[in-house]
Design a protein around this ligand. Structure first.
Ligand code: DOR
Ligand code: ZN
Length: 424
């Protein structure tokens, strides 16, 4: 198999080395390695990270292939530095049976740009009433179950889901939103929504579910994961839960780390997302929580929508934003360029921790000899401007349109195969 030599690259932003990849694994790390027969990639100035892992994307296949497919979503993932993604079950049909999960997995494998893991739904058809066959699906590549897009609102259903998930040792991911409090809501309940005349989505709709579910996890066990934490109150609850030793993990999206509801001033549907963009006090609490480990990972919640669903009145816009091709740049801006953290931290929250939470044996591994060659090479100083039209995604609903970033993913490698490369 092909051999690739990456020269003068800085693993985790540290001292420059050469990395030789052969037969899909890291074969040697050192200086002045012999490049005999290997394709040579000049890694000067680049930071090498383990391939990124995204626990939360929507690739829209089956059902809405006009907005994204497993293929276009895999390309977007590769361009963002990802080597594994978990695609949510809220497709049409819903991923609530083993054969549907198998199909997603097989398509991802056949395309080959990124490992695409299917998420199974917790309830049939996301209806919130009948549990799916969690045991059967867990044998069809499903490691995580979620009704994401909808909350499992009924506490009795959630209790049973927690018990089944525990029995089969799979992760249960909750989209925390008490729908009884968010009917008709399209913006964070606060001063901005009041001024703009938009119906508000209060923080308590999220926090009350987080509180309920961590307490259920305390009493019934299993592994609970909180999707897209968006409020300072959720951070407080997670901190308390972790102090109690409750087995909960959580994610935050790049948009909840960077953007606030002030973006809604223009009524641009691009900024409608669920949970909604909150306030500065929330983004600050979320950043701090990611830094101290209260929140475990960054996940994009990459949610493509066509212009017919986005370029409409704000309250009629579908919630969701693209995230795969911009997340590394946003995280680098918020944490590395600001001096809050280093590239080791980025590797942890975007690769190692998600791989650990999902127990992926071949992702989020150390950059070391003998490990699978799943890599992202990042140019920390490669200025670029985000533009939806340039993205691999079929949709172009990026909230970062026209924004300048410094960090750029130059190359992604999945088991030794280059899945993305910027030609200089
Ligand atoms: O903004 C969102 N979009 N949040 C979700 O939970 C679902 C997602 C979607 O499927 O579009
Ligand atoms: Zn969600």
């Amino acid at each position: 198999m092909a051999r690739t030599l990456i020269t003068n690259v800085r693993p985790y932003g540290e001292e420059a080395v050469d990395i030789l990849v052969a037969d899909g694994v890291i074969a040697q790390i050192g200086s002045d390695l012999d490049h005999d027969g290997a394709e040579v990639i000049d890694g000067r100035g680049m930071v090498a990270l383990p391939g990124l892992v995204d626990m939360h994307v929507h690739l829209r296949e089956p059902g809405r292939e006009d907005t994204e497919t497993i293929a276009t979503g895999s390309d977007a993932a590769a361009r963002g530095g990802f080597t594994a993604v978990f695609t949510m079950a809220n497709t049409s049909p819903v991923i609530d049976q083993p054969f549907l999960a198998e199909a997603v997995w097989e398509k991802g494998r056949a395309y080959g740009a990124c490992d695409v893991y299917p998420v199974g739904s917790i309830t049939q058809g996301l209806g919130g009433e009948q549990l799916t066959e969690i045991g059967l699906m867990s044998r069809s590549h499903v490691r995580m179950f979620s009704d994401d897009g909808r909350c499992v609102n009924d506490p009795q259903i959630m209790r049973r889901a927690i018990e089944y998930a525990k029995a089969y040792d799979v992760l249960l991911a909750q989209h925390a939103e008490d729908h009884r409090m968010t009917e008709g809501a399209c913006a964070h309940e606060g001063e901005t929504a009041a001024r703009l005349g938009l119906r508000g989505w209060p923080r308590v709709a999220e926090e009350s579910i987080v509180a309920r579910d961590v307490i259920m996890t305390r009493d019934y066990g299993g592994r609970l994961h909180i999707c897209h934490a968006s409020t300072a109150g959720t951070v407080g609850l997670l901190r308390w839960a972790k102090e109690q030793g409750i087995t909960v993990t959580a994610e935050v999206t790049p948009h909840h780390l960077l953007l606030t509801d002030e973006k809604l001033e223009t009524y641009d549907g691009t900024y409608r997302v669920n949970p909604p963009l909150r306030e500065k006090t929330d983004t600050e609490a979320l950043r701090e929580a990611l830094l101290d480990g209260t929140i475990d990972v960054v996940a994009t919640d990459h949610a493509p929508h066509g212009s017919e669903d986005k370029c409409v009145e704000f309250e009629n816009a579908k919630p969701g934003m693209l995230g795969l091709e911009t997340s590394l740049a946003v995280v680098a801006q918020v944490f590395v360029e600001s001096g809050l953290a280093d590239w080791r931290f980025v590797a942890k929250v975007m690769s190692e921790r998600p791989a650990e939470i999902l127990r992926l044996p071949d992702q989020g591994r150390p950059l070391a000899v003998g490990e699978p060659a799943n890599l992202a090479l990042v140019n920390p100083d490669g200025p670029w401007t985000a533009a939806g039209a340039d993205m691999a995604s079929k949709a172009s609903n990026t909230p970062y349109e026209g924004m300048d970033f410094n960090a750029r993913v130059e190359l992604t490698m999945l088991r030794g195969t280059i899945t993305h490369r910027i030609e200089n």
